[in-house]
Each structure stands twice: as structure tokens, then as C-alpha cells.
Design a binder for this molecule. Structure first.
Ligand code: SAH
Ligand code: SF4
Length: 347
């Protein structure tokens, strides 16, 4: 506001904040193609965003995608996820969600580039902070504000069915990504604990309804973990589940995280899994992880900040996980209740 006297500008500058992100640490990897930001919010909570640059290639324009967080921590508690391990701190405000996008857009503008895509795949479960997430994506897609096409905004969910139905009813064609990870309930109960509340059949039903209403295909995300969800039986179950649907499957090798001994499925196993799905006519892409050397798996930087859990705690968790996943692989469903945070949702 250069038309105001400088003393007044100075006063305004010290009395008001124009950004909800207090401080950001940036780490760059992949030869400059991946930039990870660890943002400190006004109450000290830490959240992450990742800006990824995809250079132009034949048939594809250059893209700049920012992956943002919707909550500090997450209550869902998927055992392969560093954010799940941190537990839940709080929901982000609408401005805190939008400011992660502004931060990335400003960095790009400095290089004469424009942000092209936003994905809500950072920390947190977007559909458990539904009102603010809807406000944020509405602001981002509004032609008078950020003017990003709704199709260029992806909301990723671990399967909050009432939230999916709300998004469907909202109308604009946001891209919906569903973190499926397993087609069989006993295994998904362990990998995505809210499956105990909204099982696979209900989830896929809501996804089909979304695809039918919006005409947009669903992106299913599958993080492949060696010996856990990458078997032929699992590939076959997923092929049967999704055969004929308007969808696309992304296979992602698991990023190693500190608190489990689980690791990524080997390349040939991933190829085999992909081939089974393709045989059923399902389009599949194998995604390479970005930014592994800076811990760019969801929540990893913040987890490092929180400090390493003690070896005894890690050993106990691994033990529990091994027992649960062994039971799941035998086809036994979990008798554990779903995470407490979702009990009131959509009741
Ligand atoms: N809570 C939402 C969005 C954030 S998580 C959801 O679960 O969809 C974004 C994606 O990162 C999810 O697909 C999640 O399964 C995946 N993810 C989490 N930890 C991972 C890891 N260690 N390796 C690979 N993918 C991981
Ligand atoms: Fe939460 Fe998504 Fe991580 Fe699961 S994968 S714990 S839903 S952030």
C-alpha cells in the first residue's frame, strides 16, 4: 500500500499479520525439482508442504504442483504413515491451508512461473476438517481469487464416506483421490483404521457415485508394502473390486518411516501388481517417490522434529503391527474399535 505514509505503513506492519505461516524451513532435493517446506504456525504447530516441479515432456506441459496439509498431525493413524504416528494436534484454519498455496505461488512467481496444481495429500485427513477444506478449495478455484481450475485441485481421503458424499453434492469437479491400499477388509482395517467404520464396499460405492455425478474418474492411491499388501491375492481382489469403474490406480512404493520395519515392495512385485490390474482393464501408473533424501513422505519432517521415539517404544509398535497384520493376512477382521476422532462424523 505505497499510497499510505511510511510511518503508518510501519505501524500497520507491526500491528497486523498478513500471513498465518510464521516461519518456513525449506529443503531442496531431486536436483531442485522437489522443495519441501516445514511451516511453523502461530501456536508453534508444524505442518509440511511440498512443491514439485515437473518439466515439460512430449505431450505434457510443464507443471508445478504443491502438496499441502489440512491438519497438524492426523487422528486416523495409518501405521505406515509418519503423520499417523505423530497423532492429532489440531485442524488447520482455512487461511493456514490457503497460505501454504500462497507461499508456493510466491516462490514460483519469483522465477516467473505459475502454480498449476494443488493436492491435499500432505499432513492430515482433509475430510475430517471438511468445512475449512471446502472453504479453502472454493477460494482456490474461485476465478476472482486464485483461479485454479477445480480439476487441478485434488482432495485425497483415506475414506471418510460422509465427506466424500458432501464433496459430490458440492458440484465443482475437484479431483477425488482415495487412499485404498487394500481391497480386502481385514487388511484395510489394519492399514487404514477408519475402514472399521466405513468398509471397502461402502467406500467404493461413494466413489462410484462421485464418478457418476461429476463425470470425473477417481484416483485410487495404493502404497505398496513388501509382503503386506502386494500379494497376488491382493492384486486380484483389487482387480475384481475396480473392474469396469471410471478410475485410475496409482501404485506408490512405500517410503520407509522410522517407526516400522515395513518397506517398499520390490520393483518386479510392483510391476506384477500393475499387470494384474491392467489385465482387468484398469489404467495404472507406477509413481516414483519424490524427495526421499529429505524425508518427503507425508509427515516425515515434522516427525523428525518431534524427536525419535525410544527403541523400546519402536520395538513394541513393530510387534503389535506384525501380530495385527499376520491376523489380517489370515483373513481375520480386527476387533479394535475405529479411531475415536471419527465416531461422531456423519452420524
Ligand atoms: N489423509 C489423506 C491425505 C494425506 S496422506 C489420505 O490418507 O489420503 C497422502 C498419501 O500419502 C496417502 O495416499 C497416504 O497413504 C500416503 N502415504 C502416507 N505415508 C506414506 C509412506 N510412508 N509411503 C508412501 N505413501 C505414504
Ligand atoms: Fe492420516 Fe492420511 Fe497419514 Fe492415514 S495416510 S495417518 S489418513 S495422513
Amino acid at each position: 500500500m505505497t499510497t499510505l505514509p511510511s510511518a503508518l505503513r510501519c505501524d500497520l506492519g507491526s500491528a497486523f499479520r498478513f500471513d498465518t505461516l510464521d516461519h518456513t524451513d525449506l529443503q531442496v532435493s531431486d536436483g531442485g525439482l522437489t522443495e519441501k517446506g516445514l511451516h511453523r504456525l502461530s501456536d508453534g504447530a508444524l505442518v509440511e508442504s511440498v512443491l514439485m516441479h515437473f518439466p515439460a515432456r512430449v505431450g505434457h506441459r510443464e507443471r508445478h504442483t504443491v502438496c499441502i496439509s489440512s491438519q497438524a498431525g492426523c487422528a486416523v493413524g495409518c501405521p505406515f504413515c509418519a503423520t499417523g504416528e505423530l497423532g492429532f494436534t489440531r485442524d488447520l484454519e482455512t487461511a493456514e491451508i490457503v497460505d501454504q498455496v500462497r507461499h508456493a505461488a510466491r516462490r514460483l512467481a519469483g522465477e516467473g512461473k505459475r502454480l498449476t496444481n494443488v493436492v491435499l495429500m500432505g499432513m492430515g485427513e482433509p475430510l475430517l476438517n471438511l468445512e475449512r477444506v471446502v472453504e479453502a478449495v472454493t477460494a482456490l478455484s474461485d476465478s476472482e481469487r486464485f483461479a485454479l481450475g477445480a480439476r487441478h485441485i485434488t482432495v485425497s481421503t483415506s475414506g471418510v464416506v460422509p465427506g466424500i458424499r458432501r464433496l459430490t453434492a458440492l458440484g465443482p469437479q475437484f479431483t477425488l483421490a482415495i487412499s485404498l491400499h487394500a481391497a480386502r477388509d481385514p487388511l484395510r482395517d489394519v492399514l487404514v483404521p477408519l475402514n472399521r467404520r466405513w468398509p471397502v464396499a461402502e467406500l467404493v460405492d461413494a466413489a462410484r457415485e462421485h464418478a457418476r455425478t461429476t463425470g470425473r474418474r477417481i484416483s485410487y492411491e495404493v502404497t505398496l508394502i513388501e509382503g503386506i499388501n502386494d500379494t497376488d491375492t491382493d492384486a486380484q481382489a483389487m482387480a475384481e473390486l475396480l473392474r469396469g469403474d471410471l478410475c485410475h490406480v496409482n501404485l506408490i512404493p512405500m517410503n520407509p518411516v522410522a517407526h516400522t520395519s515395513w518397506r517398499a515392495s520390490p520393483e518386479p512385485t510392483i510391476e506384477r501388481f500393475a499387470a494384474r490390474l491392467r489385465t482387468a482393464g484398469i489404467p495404472v501408473t507406477i509413481r516414483r517417490s519424490r524427495g526421499q533424501e529429505i524425508g518427503a513422505a507425508c509427515g516425515q519432517l515434522a516427525a523428525e522434529h518431534a524427536g525419535e521415539p525410544s527403541p523400546a517404544v519402536v520395538a513394541r509398535r513393530r510387534d503389535l503391527l506384525l501380530r495385527r497384520s499376520a491376523a489380517a493376512l489370515r483373513g481375520e477382521r480386527s476387533i479394535e474399535p475405529p479411531p475415536a476422532a471419527i465416531l461422531g462424523v456423519g452420524a
